[in-house]
Every structure is written in C-alpha cells, then in structure tokens.
Write a protein that binds this ligand. Sequence first.
Ligand code: HEM
Length: 129
Amino acid sequence: MNRNISLYEAIGGSETVRLLVESFYPKVQAHPLLGPLFPQNIDPVIEKQYLFLTQFFGGPSLFSDQYGHPMMRARHLPFPITPERAEAWLDCMRRALQEVGLDEQLQAIVLDRLSGPAHHFVNTSEEET
Ligand code: HEM
C-alpha cells in the first residue's frame, strides 16, 4: 500500500465503504449468533457503520461530526459480546471484503485493523450466554 495515502483512499473511498457495509449487514443478519442482537430495520445501523468506518479508515470524521466521540466499546456494552461473536463479526467482514472484490493485500489490512477493536469489545464470556 502507498504509505502516503490513508487506508480510506487506498480502498477506494466513499464508494467502497458504502459497498462494504451493504454487503456486510445481510451476512450479520443471517448469522445465528449475530442476527438476534440487531434490529429488524438494519438501515440506520448500516448508515452509522458507514459514517464510522469512513472515519476509522482515515477518511472524513463523519461519525464524530454527528454523534460525538465514538466510545465504541461503551456503545457495545448493552450487547453481550462473546469471543465467539467477535470472531463471527470478523468472519462476516472477511466475506464482505471478498464480495466487494478488494485487492487481497488490502483485505488483509482492513481485517487486521478491525480485529483489535472486535476483540476489545468482548464484554461477556461464552458461559454467560
Ligand atoms: C465484536 C463483535 C460485534 C458485535 C457483536 C457488534 C454488535 C453491535 C450491535 C448489536 C450494535 C447495535 C445495533 C443497534 O441496535 O443499533 C452495534 C452498533 C455498532 N457497531 Fe458493532 N458489533 C461488533 C463489533 C464492531 C466493530 C469491530 C465495530 C467497528 C470497529 C463496530 C461498529 C459499530 C458501530 C459504528 C455501531 C453503531 C453505534 C451507534 O449506535 O452509535 N462494531 N454493534
């Protein structure tokens, strides 16, 4: 990856982030461990994730501009996130990245960047669910 540009620019900016979230959430909804945590109307979640990932990958700070400091771990506390669910989330993202057809090296970089936060959001052990 060209080190002078952000990951956001490297993956193709707004258009790619849009395709990614639209490919990702149907997989999340269909996943037996993840689907039940999400509302039936997934559109507002897709929109927030679009704003967040834009910012997270180094694009404009769309999420913070609308919702303030992300505090993503805190925002996830109402939901029982087990290690298994973190892996399931990352697996849906891996499949979405493939579906969008991103360059393989970039797919690996994106997954790696998301893997830290996903595990950091774990707040429940499997025995508690
Ligand atoms: C580890 C597994 C994860 C699970 C099970 C999970 C689950 C959820 C759930 C249930 C919601 C709330 C949906 C709603 O009712 O509005 C949510 C919101 C959200 N998640 Fe996750 N999530 C995970 C990881 C991540 C990661 C790694 C990121 C990004 C780095 C992320 C970003 C977001 C964003 C931006 C929102 C919207 C927050 C808001 O409402 O302000 N999530 N997530």
